[in-house]
Design a protein around this ligand. Structure first.
Ligand code: ZN
Length: 414
């Protein structure tokens, strides 16, 4: 089987997580060889998984990793503000809250090689450790127990803050996003694998070429959720979910990647479009639901919107016509020819049938769209110089129609 990263014929295929599993990814593919899989883990995924922003987000959202533990984004040593010799660490306690613990500070005063005093300052939680620390110093310095006069213990409460330096990577994590986009495209568009850019991207991933990434991962800084705005009506962008969107834009194939609320980026995957306007593919990784699924734009819309409701706007020529027509068209049992199949026939005034159906008229009509609460309402106005009639199934009467209103209610987001 051909590995999609090294492009060699390999036998040892592995379970590749397109979105790293420590980020809550549930999208698996099985056409990456074992060697490439471990390379992806070490050199590609690791920059996303261990990114400071990922740690902070996982900590805030309490997303546990594989080992069942929360990352500590504050690991390392901090120093007290204005007092750099006082060092502290920040730990996550049993309740998942942050706790500052000061490192013990030991000050020895010596005069001509003889210890005059020992000062030990510890965090109040470490008070029990003082004797142990003292004993170690006594042993190391060879001081006899009898020579020691203990002073009072002093408690000091620190109220200031501690600070440290963080390095935030703004380049290497993008290779992790490129991998997700590439694997999603290869898995979703059969012809994409042989594309010239796809071949280049697989080399960039295989060699962990961080510089090469820039040519492809270039829409947004990686941290701009605005690029997902066009899909905001259908996707729950403030949720914990991850979203992948494969779409064609201008003259290229584009993949938008959004990993929970942290990373959002656009990856240009090819100079060819591959997908038609309506063929956009959306991948939804639901962390809480433990699932990943793909759907087409049209499926996404029909999942989010309630059933389509249509109704015509009628035009009566005179009061007599209105008096007989209006009660019929507004009665609950009223239906017109073809209405049950969605293939509505249109007639001329003289009863002659048009050679096209009502929905074929829509593309030649002027459309007025508006929103009313959660309802999307589109009104298609027919050419007013032409007369179009529908035939009532009940009475056989012809009624003139001048517009078709289509409305759908948005019932949820995916
Ligand atoms: Zn391989």
């Amino acid at each position: 089987m051909l590995c999609i990263i090294c492009r060699e014929d390999k036998e040892d295929m592995s379970d590749e997580h397109v979105i790293p599993d420590s980020l809550g990814g549930f999208y698996h593919i099985f056409n990456v060889c074992k060697t490439c899989n471990s390379k992806m883990g070490e050199k590609v995924d690791s920059h996303l998984v261990n990114h400071k922003l990922t740690d902070l987000y996982r900590f805030a959202q309490e997303l546990e990793g594989k080992s069942g533990s929360l990352p500590n984004p504050f690991a390392g040593t901090f120093v007290e503000e204005g007092n750099p010799e006082v060092k502290a660490r920040v730990e996550v306690n049993k309740e998942g809250k942050l706790e500052v613990l000061y490192h013990p500070v030991i000050k020895l005063k010596e005069d001509a090689g003889v210890v005059q005093s020992i000062e030990i300052a510890v965090d109040s939680k470490d008070e029990g450790k003082i004797d142990g620390i003292l004993n170690k110093i006594i042993k190391r310095k060879g001081i006899s127990e009898s020579a020691i006069v203990k002073g009072e213990r002093r408690c000091e409460i620190r109220t200031g803050g501690v600070g440290g330096r963080w390095e935030i990577d703004i380049l290497k994590f993008k290779i992790g996003l490129l991998k997700i986009a590439y694997e999603f495209a290869v898995d979703s568009i059969p012809d994409y694998f042989l594309d010239a850019d796809a071949i280049k991207i697989s080399k960039i991933l295989e060699n962990a070429d961080y510089e090469g990434v820039k040519e492809y991962v270039k829409i947004g800084s990686g941290l701009q959720p605005e690029i997902f705005e066009p899909f905001a009506g259908y996707l729950d962008l403030s949720s914990k979910k991850h979203y992948l969107i494969l779409t064609s834009a201008e003259s290229c194939l584009l993949c938008l990647v959004k990993l929970h609320e942290v990373f959002s980026i656009g990856v240009v995957l090819s100079k060819r479009k591959f997908l038609g306007f309506t063929e956009t593919i959306i991948g939804v990784n639901d962390i809480d639901g433990g699932s990943f699924r793909k759907l087409r734009m049209s499926d996404l819309i029909s999942e989010c919107m309630g059933p389509l409701q249509t109704r015509f706007c009628y035009c009566f020529h005179d009061e007599y016509e209105r008096a007989t027509g209006e009660p019929e068209v507004s009665s609950p049992g009223y239906c017109y020819e073809g209405g049950d199949k969605g293939e509505i026939s249109l007639y001329k005034r003289n009863g002659e049938k048009y050679p096209f159906l009502a929905h074929q008229l829509l593309e030649r009509s002027y459309c007025q769209s508006r929103k009313n609460g959660s309802w999307q309402i589109d009104v298609f106005w027919f050419d007013q110089l032409q007369e179009y009639y529908v035939k009532s199934v009940g009475s056989g009467n012809l009624y003139r129609v001048i517009a078709l209103e289509m409305s759908r209610e948005q019932i949820k987001k995916v």
